[in-house]
Structure formats: structure tokens, C-alpha cells
Design a protein around this ligand. Sequence first.
Ligand code: F6R
Length: 592
Amino acid sequence: MCGIIGCFKKEGCYDTLLTLLHRLEYRGYDSAGIAVLSSGRKTLTVRKRKGGVSGIEGRRIAGETGIGHTRWATHGAPSDRNAHPHVCGKFALVHNGIIENYLSLKEELVRGGAEVASDTDSEVIVRLIEKVYTGDFFAAVAAACKRLQGSYAIAVLCKDAPGEIVCAKYKSPLVAGASDDALYVCSDIPALCGEAEYICTANDGEFIRIKDSKIVFCDEDGAEISKVFERVSPVLRAEKPQQGSFMEQEIREIPRALAETYVGLKGLDFAVCARELRQTKRLFAVACGTAYHAALAFKDAVERDSKIPVLCHTASEFRYRKPLVCQGDVVVAVSQSGETADTLEAVRLAKNCGAYVIAVTNIEHSSITGLADFSIVMRAGPEIAVAATKSYNCQLLCLYYLAAQLYFYKNAQMPAYYSQLCLLPEAARAAFDTFIPMRILAEKCKSARGMYFLGRDRDVRTAAEGALKVKEIAYVFAEGYAAGELKHGTIALIEEGFPVIMIATNSALTGKCENALEEVRARGAYTVLFTQDEGAMSKSCADFKCLLPSVCEELMPVISVIPLQYFACRMCIERGYDPDKPRNLAKSVTVE
Ligand code: F6R
């Protein structure tokens, strides 16, 4: 959720802090702050404010060592006083995570005379550090961490230790980076790309110490842990669009993202997991949000072709449900960021139960890829907009590819759709022809108070994803539903002008989809049809029709979602909002 950074740069860290904070803003934009420590004068300057990073830009603050934060509020409303860094005595701290025992720690600190200055859970950490400090900066941070329950990635400055940053990590992501002229810590690998040349991720329980112009990983006693830094892939850099939003830019990147992901898949050696795929009698798939919809599409493909059950779980439920995972099971974890706390915990649980874990992520050195037995790293490129778009199309491509591999290891041949996967980038480009109609549709629907997205079979997944996009960025209540379920309750909500959007890409079921549209139209709904079937389109009663480009039906979900993604983006703009900064959301959900 929140983004944290630390930077040591002899020439001054201020500009770098702000550059990195701007890159991290997609993780949270309730408030932002920096603290800069200057070695000469031993001054600690803090600037923090409610609102975006631009709100803290101003006069350059001199100093080599600094920390910074973009906040996504968990405890305490967005405000200047709740913004990080939190300061106590000689210390300044930024935190990402949730301290679950903060109330009891706070009570203890208040009983000891502390005057708490914010409503956050994070402030207790810096107060604990200050309380136990006897001149050894690192030891104070390590001792404070022993008292914490929950999740944290912290970066701390101490006035007595110019040039030093002490960081700790437990269940929240933290990565160290180095370039010729600077050293970094950050909650986010993509944000470091373009600044750091080499990176190394911290494991739970590890500390990172920037001191004497060096980065050292160590344990809680300060004993050095040997780590390997890897060159960071430049592909992860994201450039701000010249005009428009990241979201629209990322939708327009879908053809390229699919093409690059396809090349990556072709180069991946699935023989590594051949034994597991051949032997498994069932699979699990765990994910959250958009990635969960991709996981459901995977289930459809595997059950249809390989006739093996796939038990799909939202990761947040999986971890508390005592799932029946055991040795011999294959668990597929789908996560764009590779850092989603619930998915990460689901992976840990699956590993503990002896399952073989396959990760599908967009970030090569993420926590989930670090835990998985086998990783499929898509090449969607950096996705900055909070609403997932191109990563979803690439997740589908990777998962269909994986489903094909599974089929191959069971049946010694590829499924028929396999040869068509290479056609997806071109079909995605053809889907851009729907953008002008989508602008018109968004204009028509902009005042709707709610809408349904309907489908049958695999189109139900697309319907759910379309509805999620509209909810999260256009703030219109939307339901993604199986068309056949309408009559069992939801049709009661249909009234004059209520938009009902039908995705009908399965030719065997278009007649049934049309029936459902007729039923809601008879009750006043404003009906919309998406199909690649020109015959069905010309016969349809729908008020608004949109012809999709055609690929083989099994792969249509990769394409049919594109107009819906664009529609949601346009709805958002029509309603006067910023697609890149949906309220209450953050890109990487690293807390529970
Ligand atoms: C929706 C969206 C979220 C994410 C979900 C999982 O547009 O972006 O629903 O899909 O938080 O995130 P990852 O894929 O990073 O695990």
C-alpha cells in the first residue's frame, strides 16, 4: 500500500527522493512526506503534508541521507499529522504495513509519559526506538522490531548517525538498490528502475543498513548476511504519458505487452515442472481482484480441456479456510505485483502443505516469485494505473499457455487454441476499433446509478472484470453476472434506462444471451451487446451493439475485455475523475 524510500547520495538526496516518491505515488496518494539528514550540521528536516507528492515540493533541502513516504491510510484519516515521516527525539521513520499490536504499545508508551502526535499505528515504532536508544542506532531499531506484531517495512534516520539509514522488513516488501552515485531502499522494485542499477530484495526478519557509503544486509544482532545483487531489468521503467492517463496508455500498450509476453513464454522451459503437471490430479488457483478473474478463466480452460478440477480461491479466503491442499497438488498464484499480502500468504500456506507452486506475476524479483517453485513472469511492462488492464490480458495469455502445457503433459499434444495464441496481439490491436463506440457508450451511460455486465460460460469472467473496472474508477455500482441467473433475483433491479451490457462470444450460447437481453429490454433496460458474431449482431434487439475482433472462441476473453477496460476509463473521465488515482485504492495491496 504505502510506498517507502530511503536514499543516500553524497551530492544531496532531495531530488532523488522526490523522483522516487513520484514513482511511488501509485501505491498511495493520501499524503506524502520526506525527512532529510545533513551530516555537516546534523540537522533533520521534515516536510510532510496531506495530498500528493507535488504538495511537498519546494525549496531544496540540503543533506545526503533521506527517507520518504506516500501514504495509503490504514490507521487515521489522511492529514498532515498522520503523514509520515513520524518523528520522535532524534529519529524519523517511514513505515509500510500494519502494526497489529499498536494499541497495547501505544497504551504502554502513553503510561510512560509519551505524547502521541498522530492516530497512526506507525508512530509507536519510532517512539519505541527512541525509548530503547542508548547510543546504538541499529540496536535500538532491532530491539523495537522485536516488540512489533503485524507487518512492516521501515526506514529510519537518526540525528546521531548522519549518512546512515536503518531498515527492517517483515511481511511487507523491501528492496535495496545501488548505482554509481547513490544507495537506495524502497518498497517497490519498479520505482527503483532507472535509478538503481543493481537490486537485492530483503527477506522477512532481515535488516538493511546503509552506512559508510555501503549497503549491508544483517540479522537482528547486526551480523552480516551475504546477499547477491542482481542487475535490474530496464523493461520495468514507466514513463509518464505526454497526455491522458497511465490507464489509457496501458490499455493502448496491450498489443505490445501480449507480443512480448508471448515471446517470453516461448522461451520458458516448462519441462522443469513437467513431473508436477503430469502427475497432478487437481489444481488450485489463488489470487485477488482482477487477478482472481484471470484465475477463473484458467479454471474454465483447464476443466474444459484437461478435465482436471481447478479449485479457485480468493487468496484472502484461502488463507483462513484451511484449504485441502496437500503434496501432489499444484497451486497457481496469480499476481501482477507479486507482492499482494493475501496472495503471498496463500502461497506460503500452500508451500507449507507441500504443494508445488507456480507463480504468474509481472515482477521478476517479487516476493511471490521468490517463494514459488516455478515462475511465469509476464512481460506486461510497468503498470502504474491502479486499475489493472494490460496485466490482466497478459495474465490470461500466460494462464492459457500454462493450461496448454498441462494439456500437453497429460495428452502428448497441444490443445487446438495453442497455435492461435500468437494471433492475440494483432486481435488486441483490432479491438482499438471499438474505442470510438466506447466513448459514445460512456457518454450515454455516464449518469447511470448502476449497471449489469452479463455473460455466459467464459464471458462471465469478462463480465465480472468489466464490472470491477467500472466500480473502481467510475464509482458506479456494477455487477458482473451469469446471464442465466438474472431471473433468479437480479432482474428485480431493472428499471427504465438501466444499462445491461452483454458479452456474448460463445456462439453456442448467443441465442440464450439474446433471450436475456430481450427480457431486460422488455423491462426498460438500455441493452448493449458485445459479440464477434456478425450474424448474431445483426439479429440482436440490443440498443447498442459493438462488434469485437474475432479470434478462436477459447481465447476471446483476452480480447473481449479490452473495450470494457476502455469503457470504464471513459466513464471515469466523463464523470470527472482521474483514472489513475481512484479513491480509496492503492496499486499494491501489501497489507491484509
Ligand atoms: C483491479 C486491481 C486489483 C488487483 C488486486 C491484485 O483493477 O488492480 O483488483 O488485481 O489487488 O493485485 P495483484 O495482481 O498485484 O496481486
